[in-house]
Design a protein around this ligand. Sequence first.
Ligand code: BGC
Length: 749
Amino acid sequence: MKLILYFYIFFLFLLLGPAVSAQENNEPVETRVGKLLAQMTLEEKIGQMTQIDFSVISVENGQDADDPVDQAKLDDALFNYHIGSILNAPTTPNNKAQPIEKWRNLTQVIRDTTFRTRLQIPVIYGIDAIHGANYTRNAVLFPQAINMAATFEPELSFQEGKFTAKAVKASGLDWNFAPVMDIGRQPLWPRLWETYGEDVHLVGAMGEAFIKGHQADDFSAADKAPACLKHFVGYSFPINGKDRTPAWIGERMLREYFLPGFEAGVKAGAATIMVNSAEVDGIPGHANYKYLTGILREEMGFTGFTVSDWEDIIRLYSRDKLAASPSEAVKIAVMAGVDMSMAPFNYSFYDLLLQLVKDGEVPLSRIDEAVSRILRVKFQSGLFDRQQPALAAADNFASREAVELNRRAARESIVLAKNDGQLLPLPRQAKVLVTGPTANSLSVMNGGWTITWQGNKDELYPQDKPSLYRALLEKAGDRVSFVGGKRFEDEINIEQAVSEARNNDYIILALGEKPYTETLGNIETLDLPPPQLQLARALQATGKPIILVTFGGRPRIITEIANNAAAVVLGFLPGMEGGIAMADILYGDVNPSGKLPITYPRDTNGITPYDYKPSEEFESNRYWPLYSFGHGLSYTRFETSNLQLDKTSIANGEDINVSVKVRNTGNLTGKEVVMVYLHDVAASVTRPNRQLKAFRKVELKAGEERTLLFTLTWRDMSFIGVDMRRIVEPGEFRVMVGNETATFSVVKN
Ligand code: BGC
């Protein structure tokens, strides 16, 4: 009888539960946050601020188990520590992409368990889905960010965001640690390729588009998910090029180069922000009150929550010696403005913060503030709606449209840097030798965060996606021969390559880097590893025309090889469709349209960016890269002309309209990126020689001409003045498009 009564109560609870939350659904988010917060104990609040790695709740070797959740450990996490978030794939550090059904089941187990907790607060499950859902097996894995930037097509970034959010949600996951809004101005840094390149405007445009696709206006929708801007701020500029090492960025540089991307992301509605794992001007990101609270909250008006990076709060003590104890580290980080701690392997953050609040060292008001921000995002994400299990996988995961988008993005992201005597496209009947360490591997085209963290397990890559060699074989059959291995590491027999080269008309030499990310990708020089140079020199000696193809995340120095090559095609990390896309370009089935989103250095110290200062191009100083930012050839030709401005002078707050004609003067349909640069001729702070302020990619048939209109805003003319405030100074400005320049002046009111 007692049992029946229990069942009755249980079913009544099930019936009423959703009814109550449905009613609450109509209330404004702020009301719901306030009501929930009022019911929470201190322990429950601090739990919300704690994020653990999946391994903490996993059975041993969870990456290989069908049911990886250890229910007892999960119960401990949720009932004893009330944790608010989980991250990562089973099981760190051996994490690897999991089948979608497994993801759906394991996240459902977590969801079901949260519904048994006192307040039924959902866990927000975060994942690095930085080029598609890279931890779900068989996901569509797009070109990495550096390639997306090379497309100069924000629409592609928008679509990537849209398809990635769908794949994340179909995997039962809630939250994506993307996009990276760090600006890529340090070519040695092993995460350069995770950025949208070196330009302020391009970074903002690509990131904003990604967020809009990923979140839209309402990310409670079943196929949308909150994004996470990272890593706030200055992470990408380590002075020695090594990951997680100091940057020295003055306030003006911070505001002119490093903040605008994040500002664009916040404006686009990004729900969360991850903190810089390193330090700027001697202050670790996680201790930087001025950045995390002063700039991010008070100036930029960010209302979402901040999450620490991996284990970084405790590192204020264990690495940086900023704190004298683990407890002080927690206090500093929380008081600086970190809302959630990616702990991630234990509950020490929880224990220490609880004690700090009890001891009056951290005020409850700060806890309430952080928890409100977390709950707000959880409500906005629709996580409290228990009627909503994972999004259906059919049509949302690995859809035909996503694959097509991926191929298009890969094709548009490849940069034809050199093409002497129009050697490319290759004639179909030509006999071609393919060789080099990046010729026959999928991992070298995908980079880190692919199936595994480092992305280097070729054996786990999908069998149906061709490497460059296999894609060429599919196109040209037995006219293609190959010397090399299956992995980057496999040694290449130089003698064999040379003798094979003699039987062929052309050599496609594929060089570059193996996959990597974070500190494991640190290097001592941008020079290519010596065996690659040896191979290149031996092949050059044959006198056969060389088409140099590169894959990899950084601009490794290729100057000598490129100078001796007839053609150079820069692939960077074009993703799973990279082999097909590269083969399409080499044989002219696709007309290349990618443009460099970074300056490609000629030498190891060639780290001057395109928007250099006057003194960097003065006397014997030169901006003399191998390939400039924005460079990229086509199989047709384009000309811009008739650059016009609608005014010759403007006053306070006014915009100026720019028009320019672009014409395809060649014989093929092609895509061109028209770039509008601005230069402030004289100012109280030295100004860059030019800065990209607007761009548009257009497709034109042979002979077709189009007039493009752009608007330059007052903000485009501004800079960070002597007093650190954004200003526009009166005087002359130059607008540059192609070979033309037009001038206007800003007059005093
Ligand atoms: C990386 C972040 C990433 C996080 C979670 C960190 O090591 O710096 O970019 O989001 O791990 O995987």
